[in-house]
Write a protein that binds this ligand. Structure first.
Ligand code: SF4
Length: 500
């Protein structure tokens, strides 16, 4: 089961690249193995062989609350007063974390913050679950706690005998259920189901809690659904081979490109993508405009996969660490360059300059999302509002800022239409400023809200820890959950997202 979970995490690596972990249960005890780094760096054959069990929860982390420290890697793990364990993986971000931390223990003895070892919203949830699970059992504890969580959460968690999956009532982040020959899988994206050989069954519904054990699968509701799926998943976050709410992400991106061509035509010789996330929209743009499509930029497939910090001299190469122009393709051409989004604008500014240096005579930038003007509080660590290039600048101002000959963004209407979802079922807050989940003031405090200054002391980041807990008998049933967390990009809008 650990190996299956490993490959599920491998399929979801794009969603979080700071840390990875797997918790396995053999029916008697839970063992957690986690560390900073990519899935392939954290786990090797020997480690996976030592993780024995019939049930697992895996996680890849991209931080939105709490520093990228070992303590904050997931699955988080807590023991109940009865000595049993709970391991939990979380994708999303809560907006009422401070209120949850402030809750007293049942005996009112200690402040919530005092019992924290990690500084994440996810660990707060695990702690609260563990506190009430002793009296109520995990399932009932979850049914009582989940309605009180505000924000975005797709969760997979387990005790020694049962796997649980839950999705917030808005279903901001995706979560899907799949079937294996001899078990069940829950994962953030359908692509992960494909990769572990599971067939797609259905999405976990917003406001639904699933429990899977030797008796099979049961479903409960903890809140009435009010879907507000993240529209940025279609633009950038999800893999192109994933489907969300029945809509293929690749098809949605190609359609965005077609609509972009209709909304912002250009006189040009060649359409090139900013690989990889700009590629499907560039294909759509070329198809709809009749302008030939070509590859004008080569991506270094392994950038972002090294932990070696570039020296200042190398850093000055900037975008060239990621993208290199194909001069023989670009020289003398009027280019349409299609990218998924602009956040700070640094990438596009460097890109335009680089393309001109490579001989492009005109550079027309087309963007497969509307201007990002607002921060996200539901699981993406966008730049602060002040850092967003579209904040306070009109289209012409942004064009001048990035140095393009022309600039066109897809409209919000065009983007929504490409997803084939009703607008009422989508979150578009980073484009529209209309936040579907109320934001208490604490939500504005930011990523380090549970840390005294900028972060708790980091543990030995090279260490590997197994945590184990006591027993509860259980009959083995193969089940696995592979949620990845917190969207993290590998490319394209790399400047969009703050990185550790
Ligand atoms: S604010 Fe933007 S990125 Fe965040 S959930 Fe809403 S649509 Fe997605």
């Amino acid at each position: 089961m650990a190996k299956l979970t490993y490959f599920g995490l491998f399929a979801l690596q794009h969603r979080g690249q700071e840390a990875a972990g797997i918790a396995v249960s053999d029916g008697r005890q839970i063992v957690v193995f986690k560390d900073l780094g990519l899935v392939s760096q954290v786990f090797d054959e020997q480690t996976l062989s030592s993780l024995r069990g019939h049930m697992a929860v895996g996680h890849t982390r991209y931080s939105t609350t709490g520093s990228p420290t070992w303590e904050n890697a997931q699955p988080t793990f807590r023991t109940t007063a009865a000595g049993t364990g709970i391991a939990l993986g979380h994708n999303g971000n809560l907006v009422n974390t401070a209120e949850l931390v402030g809750r007293r223990l049942p005996d009112g003895a200690r402040d919530g913050r005092a019992r924290m070892s990690a500084t994440t919203d996810s660990d707060v949830v695990t702690g609260l679950l563990a506190e009430s699970a002793t009296d109520l059992g995990v399932e009932e504890a979850a049914l009582r706690l989940l309605p009180d969580l505000s924000g975005a959460f797709s969760l997979a968690f387990c005790d020694e005998t049962t796997l649980y999956a839950a999705r917030d009532r808005h279903g901001v982040r995706p979560l899907v259920l799949g079937r294996l020959d001899r078990g069940w899988v829950v994962a953030s994206e359908t692509a992960a189901l494909d990769i572990v050989g599971a067939s797609f069954v259905r999405e976990v519904e917003p406001g639904e809690l699933l429990a899977i054990d030797e008796e099979g699968l049961r479903s409960s509701r903890f809140a009435a659904p009010e879907p507000k799926g993240c529209i940025f998943e279609y633009v950038y976050l999800a893999r192109p081979d994933t489907s969300i709410a029945g809509r293929g992400v690749h098809s949605a991106r190609v359609e965005i490109g077609r609509r972009l061509a209709a909304e912002h035509p250009a006189e040009a010789d060649l359409v090139i993508p900013v690989p990889e996330s700009g590629t499907p929209a560039a294909v759509g743009y070329a198809e709809a405009s009749g302008i030939p499509y070509g590859m004008g930029l080569v991506k270094n497939a392994y950038v972002g996969r090294t932990f070696i910090q570039p020296s200042q001299t190398i850093r000055q190469l900037g975008i060239r660490l990621k993208l290199n122009p194909l001069r023989e393709v670009i020289r003398g051409k009027r280019l349409v360059v299609v990218d998924d989004s602009i956040v700070r604008g640094n990438t596009q500014r460097s890109l335009v300059r680089m393309l001109r240096e490579a001989g492009a005579v005109e550079v027309h930038v087309r963007i497969a999302s509307p201007p990002v003007r607002w921060p996200c509080f539901y699981g993406i660590d966008f730049a602060s509002r002040a850092e967003l290039v579209a904040n306070g600048l009109d289209n012409e101002g942004i064009r001048r800022s990035v140095g393009a000959d022309s600039l066109g963004y897809i409209s919000q209407e065009g983007l929504v239409a490409a997803t084939e979802q009703p607008r009422s079922r989508l979150c578009t807050a980073c484009f529209s400023g209309e936040y579907p989940i109320a934001l208490p003031e604490e939500a504005m405090v930011g990523k380090h809200m549970l840390e005294d200054v900028t972060g708790t002391p980091c543990g030995d980041s090279g260490s590997v820890v197994h945590e184990a807990t006591g027993s509860r008998a259980g009959v083995p049933v193969p089940v696995s959950a592979v949620p990845s967390t917190r969207s993290s990009p590998a490319y394209g809008a790399e400047d969009a997202l703050s990185r550790p």
